[in-house]
Ligand binder design. Structure first.
Ligand SMILES: Nc1ncnc2c1ncn2[C@@H]1O[C@H](COP(=O)(O)OP(=O)(O)O)[C@@H](O)[C@H]1O
Ligand SMILES: [Mg+2]
Length: 372
């Protein structure tokens, strides 16, 4: 993929004020497609802002190269790059009107007045602020200020828009609304967005692809569903969604399927093999919502090898589902989220029960769980 942006082996270290060296970016490579909504997701301190700053030209790399539209940009200063950034603290000019805030970058470049008026007008319309151009920043709500920041970044027609946690200062309802608006806006504009968040749900609903970062490394870069269903390692499995991760060993392989044995001796049959061989250690990932309630046929032949049994140690009703925790000897507690519909009911604490593990509910992560 040629892409609008290509990052090749980017590395960046900082001298820690306390002494020692922080590897903020450790050999990061990544390509962003034209018109793609790509998210950088990871915990605080994993290198997201450093990567954006390197793309925008505010930070020099120690090693590696960045290409925008096929051209290396290391020697290009920030203001020459066809890139713009929206920050969490949007740093608008409080004493200037909405109109002037958005117009500012065009004025600095000496764009003709009539063109500025036209471009600012259509930008304000695009972000839903038509008619508010004369207001001062202090006369706007948080969401409206966020839109001004967007309009200000987009008016210069960047090829790539970088967004560094732009929604984290907003309350939940407004954040959900802005998520949808940003997504729609990106489609309409047809430019690439690189969006930074530490919120996995936000990343899932907004992105074409997500790069999960930890410790300056890309752990996995994939479409949201792929990341969720087939995480490459334990870090990704734990960071995105809820997970049961159980230690296991592969006991037999037949084609693309295999059987594994858990630490309590339970055998789970017919798992997708994921490149594993007999005797290999693995982590069994089962999402709580993929476990099904016991249908009262425990012990029947076709269910053998597809069940986990134990004692209910926690049980509560959460509206759309019943959540329960199963304590099983020799296993960590197993969490289940059972859809609350006809046929499901509350489990009592202390009750013995089995949870059914459907065929493709299992994903095997190679290795025995040294967290990445
Ligand atoms: N100017 C700097 N000086 C020293 N350390 C820095 C500097 N900028 C970032 N870091 C460190 O680099 C790491 C990555 O930071 P950052 O990219 O801001 O993470 P994120 O945006 O994912 O929270 C962190 O450990 C941070 O403390
Ligand atoms: Mg940051």
């Amino acid at each position: 993929m040629q892409g609008i942006l290509r990052i090749e082996s980017a590395s960046k270290s900082f001298q820690a004020p306390e002494g020692g060296v922080i590897r903020a970016l450790d050999n990061v490579s990544l390509t962003v497609a034209h018109n793609e909504f790509l998210t950088l997701l990871g915990p605080s301190g994993c290198g997201k802002t450093t990567l954006l700053r390197a793309v925008s030209g505010f930070e020099d790399l120690d090693g590696g190269e960045i290409y925008i539209d096929g051209q290396p940009v290391s020697d290009q200063p920030a203001h020459k790059r066809p890139v713009n950034t929206v920050f969490q603290r949007y740093a608008l000019f409080p004493h200037l009107s909405v109109q002037r805030n958005v117009a500012y970058s065009l004025e600095v470049r000496g764009v003709a007045k009539a063109e500025i008026r036209q471009r600012v007008g259509s930008m304000l319309e695009l972000v839903g602020l038509a008619g508010m151009g004369a207001r001062k920043i202090g006369q706007l709500s948080g969401g409206q200020q966020q839109r001004v920041a967007l309009a200000r970044s987009l008016v210069a027609r960047p090829k790539i828009l970088l967004l560094d946690e732009p929604l984290s200062a907003l309350d939940k309802n407004l954040r959900h609304k802005m998520q949808q608006e940003l997504k729609t806006l990106q489609h309409e504009l047809g430019i690439s967005f690189i969006f930074v968040t530490h919120d996995q749900e936000e990343a899932l609903v907004m992105s074409d692809r997500i790069a999960v970062l930890n410790g300056g490394n890309i752990q996995q870069l994939d479409a949201p569903e792929e990341l969720y269903r087939r995480p490459a390692n334990e870090f990704v499995a734990r960071f995105i969604g809820e997970s049961n991760l159980l230690d296991a060993t592969v006991v037999s392989v037949a084609g693309t399927r295999c059987d594994v044995v858990l630490t309590d001796g339970t055998v789970i049959r017919d798992c997708p093999v994921n490149g594993l061989k007999r005797g290999d250690p693995a982590k069994v990932l089962i999402r709580p919502e993929n476990l099904l309630a016991d249908l009262g046929q425990s012990g029947s032949d076709e269910r053998a090898g597809h069940e986990i049994s134990g004692t209910v140690s926690e049980s509560f009703f959460a509206g759309t589902d019943y959540r329960l925790v199963l304590s099983c000897q020799g296993l960590p507690p197993v969490r289940a989220s059972l859809r609350a519909g006809p046929g499901t009911s509350h489990h009592t604490i202390g009750e013995q029960t089995s949870l059914f593990v459907p065929h493709d509910a299992v994903h095997l992560i190679p290795g025995n769980g040294v967290p990445a």
